[in-house]
Design a protein around this ligand. Sequence first.
Ligand code: LLP
Length: 418
Amino acid sequence: MPTFVYQSFTHTDTGLVCDGVSLESIVERVDTPVYVYSARAIRDGYRAIDDAFAAHPHRIHYALKANSTLAIVRLLRSIGSAFDANSGGEIAVALCAGCTPADIVFTGVGKTRAELERAIAIGVGAINAESGGELDRIAALAASQGREARVALRDNPDIDAGSHPNISTGLKINKFGVSLEDARTIYRERRGRPGLRFVGVHVHIGSQITTVGPLQRAARALATLALELRDDGITLEHVDVGGGLGIAYEGRPIVSAADYAGAVIPEVRRTGLPLVLEPGRAVVGHAGALVARVVDTKRYPDGRRFAVLDAGMGELIRPALYGSYHQIAPVRPRPSPPAPWDIVGPICESSDVFARDRALPPLEVDDLVAILDTGAYGSVMASNYNRHLLPAEVLVDDGQWTLIRRRQTIDDVLALEL
Ligand code: LLP
């Protein structure tokens, strides 16, 4: 038996189920690979953070980059979420899901002129600028539209998030934001500039952060800056502490939403300003599983066993990109003792590996396996490498499942080519 399966995905007599709905029954209709999401887990993920911060005025701007499948964005909107968008595309998805521009914060290290023009024109709640130069471009664009852009500056506090280097963003070697020393000057120099209205301060030091220390220090640095700006006569409307709260991929307990709030609120309270939160992974991570089929098995003379799936780094790139760990659960585990397996994908790359030496019951061709905790940074990072087609996506809610994104076809892909 697999070591740990999260609450929404549980083993029963009919195999692995998502909130009571059999994964086999979904696969019978939509085939594999397929992402299956639990609406209940998404709501729970959102509410855990919302409840944890109840003691301080706050707004959750769910980070769309974690998962922006329209039905999921609509679901989050329906329970009151606002959004953090990282591109014109994500802004379009948020609007399509019924979000008003004022409920969008627009972050991103390389916003194009066209994206900024549109964000200013529709009047997003805040543009989190990444540099003094970007603020100047925003001011010029806004003035030319006869508008005032609501802006914050992303600050880079040089704090080690203690996460994987590829997803740490708050060190001075990272491309994100401006140093704290520069931030105050940048605000001061642009105070009163036509076209700009400073509404906040922003920080995001990384993702999959599993201890509160770095999150607390970042909040402290940001609160200190907000107070300095107040001394300079710059009145803000919020303190945006970004996202980054990690989830327990390996089953070991890590920092909870309550721990996070307990560390951040005391730091920010002294500013008297509401919080903006941008969680992504903590809202949707546990809510998704990628269900795939075993297409081949083999055993080398030294005993190494491989199970090759019909999903690989094209559907889920996290293990190949960050060496990240995901629980793997056979949908119908065979009742024999586990043995170490290498679970790999079909892509022509040696990094196309989901797990090495993972203790699993015997696997045979056509068996189904679920790769768990793939609701965040799963489908959004999928690609057509090796001309694989983007998988179908299904949402389970209240005992029913719905296809929320059909499987891509080769005609969809070729339609773009001239
Ligand atoms: N806000 C900003 C400005 C961000 O850049 C991010 C994530 C978030 C919020 C949400 O962070 P979260 O709460 O999800 O940690 N692909 C990587 C993660 C990249 C995160 C990028 N930024 C992964 O699969 O682990």
